[in-house]
Design a protein around this ligand. Structure first.
Ligand code: AMP
Length: 283
């Protein structure tokens, strides 16, 4: 497995692989890898001959009050895990290479970036789309895999690629969960023991909604009311948002007619967790 820190070397490698007719799959990550990340690599293998994983904690997607400096890192362990998965290249650029002095170019998916997580994290998605486009220009992937864990991010990146005629195909991968239902996330490690126990409420509340829909209830307001009641019965959680949206457009829905995503963001102590599931109306 090659470890590349140089942008030029990464692009050179990718061009060479393309000239041999090889398809490249990219998995962008911020490191501190877990099973969720590794599942994306396995998915990428279904589509690609060569796998590139990038590890880059992207400063432009954190606001000044967020956890950029404390974001968990363990490069040594990440590299071991990636070797085991048979990854071809790990691309680990320095911040100063990705954002040299007088950097001033950003790409924004205008409306979608302002909704949901974008309300609390106003410049977050601008940072994400900018770094992803940069990574695409460096790695030149045929495919890029994104976890549905960050569903809004996945939809925004798909929109960016459509709007800017980017030829990289965006492939979604399902959410990997802990045994008790909590979606795996590098940020789960911030949770104290008693907070961790209550963190399952995200998934439980969405499962409750799913069961209501299975019983034939379609009115979002009534479903949300029950979810809020359940969440508020716990000690730690504080709701940031619960939204029911069309799975493709991310437009809010008030009645469940077709494939719908429940998007949820909840503070547990000082940790903000997100999750989502897809629900469908009873036939
Ligand atoms: P991150 O390192 O948090 O930026 O995540 C890198 C990629 O891994 C993103 O596409 C995430 O959506 C994906 N990912 C993170 N956690 C999970 C999970 N539990 N299941 C599936 N994909 C995930």
């Amino acid at each position: 497995m090659k470890i590349t820190k140089s942008i030029k070397k990464q692009t050179k490698w990718s061009l060479k692989e393309h000239s041999k007719g090889k398809k490249i799959g990219l998995i962008p990550t911020m490191g501190f890898l877990h099973e969720g990340h590794l599942s994306l690599i396995r998915k990428a293998k279904e589509y690609s001959d060569r796998i590139v994983v990038s590890i880059f904690i992207n400063p432009t997607q954190f606001s000044p009050e967020e956890d950029y400096k404390e974001y968990p890192r363990d490069e040594e362990c990440d590299i071991k895990l990636l070797k085991n998965e048979g990854v071809d290249v790990v691309f680990i650029p320095e911040v100063s290479l990705m954002y040299p002095g007088e950097y001033e170019t950003y790409v924004t998916v205008e409306k979608l970036s302002k909704e949901y997580c974008g309300r609390t994290r106003q410049t977050h998605f601008r940072g994400v789309t900018t770094v992803i486009l940069k990574l695409f220009n460096i790695v030149l992937p045929d495919f890029a895999i994104f976890g549905e864990k960050d569903y809004q991010q996945y939809i925004i990146i798909k929109r960016m690629c459509r709007d800017l005629n980017i030829s990289t195909k965006i492939i979604p991968a399902p959410i990997i969960r802990e045994i008790d239902g909590l979606a795996m996330s590098s940020r789960n490690r911030y949770l104290m023991e008693d907070e961790r126990k209550e963190a399952t409420i995200l998934y439980e509340s969405m499962k409750k909604a799913e069961n209501m829909v299975k019983k034939g209830i379609k009115d979002v307001k009534s479903i949300k009311k029950e979810m809020v009641k359940l969440i508020e019965s716990k000690k730690f959680p504080r709701i940031d948002y619960i939204e029911f949206v069309d799975s493709e457009t991310l437009r809010r829905v008030s009645t469940i007619h077709g494939p719908t995503r429940i998007l949820e963001a909840i503070w547990i102590g000082r940790v903000r967790l997100i999750d989502n599931i897809e629900i469908r109306p009873k036939r």
